[in-house]
Design a protein around this ligand. Sequence first.
Ligand SMILES: [Zn+2]
Length: 256
Amino acid sequence: MLGDDCRLLRTIDLVTKKRLSTHILPGDPPVEIALKRSHRATRFSLRVSRADGRVSLSLPVWAPETEALAFLRAREAWLRGHLAHALAVQSAQIGAWVPICGTPREVVAGQSRATRFRDGRIEVPDGPRAGPRIRALLAALARERLTQAAQLHAAKLGRDIGRITLRDPRSRWGSCTSKGDLMFSWRLIMAPSAVLDYVAAHEVAHLAEMNHSAAFWQVCQHLRPDYEIHRAWLKRHGATLLAWRFDTMQEPPSCK
Ligand SMILES: [Zn+2]
């Protein structure tokens, strides 16, 4: 116990000098925590990035090291549970079950050279590029659904939408410019349909209210009366959509 404490104190000393350092929480697996001393921080706050699972602890400049360490220890179980639940990286490959509109669908090796969604399964040509092919299929489905949803909501408001762009942002699900151009995350196609529809309604509502005022949320409610449930779903489960990876598989080195 004492040994641990000494090691931790050294790390914190380093923080005081550099303002930012890392601490390794021992265990299985060890968790790397970025320590950030900040003049603005008035209390300890432990955060897990939705985007990449990085953990950071902000602490006031005046905070005693021992308190910071006690704070970390008291939250270790919560932290490990949170990391295991929300940020287990899933790889979209043959044999995986990738959600489409909230329903997990099995990825199978198809007979044709096309990647398609057929009979409730995702068919993809066998090979190392299954991940990027599945991503392209999801993005195409997302474009179709999001365009349709945005157009329907815009018609309800009597407004026109501009261009629709799909991206893969890590910290937002959509955006709307003053010109009416909309951006969405194609990962929304993995969420339940009503959640995707809520995000479309949210961005379209910005055509009427370019802010998050009470008036804005009223427009959201008009377009999607149950929007709060879907907004809460994204807050709670959005990280699971971001945890999917669509990489090309590395070929094992060939031995000759
Ligand atoms: Zn907004």
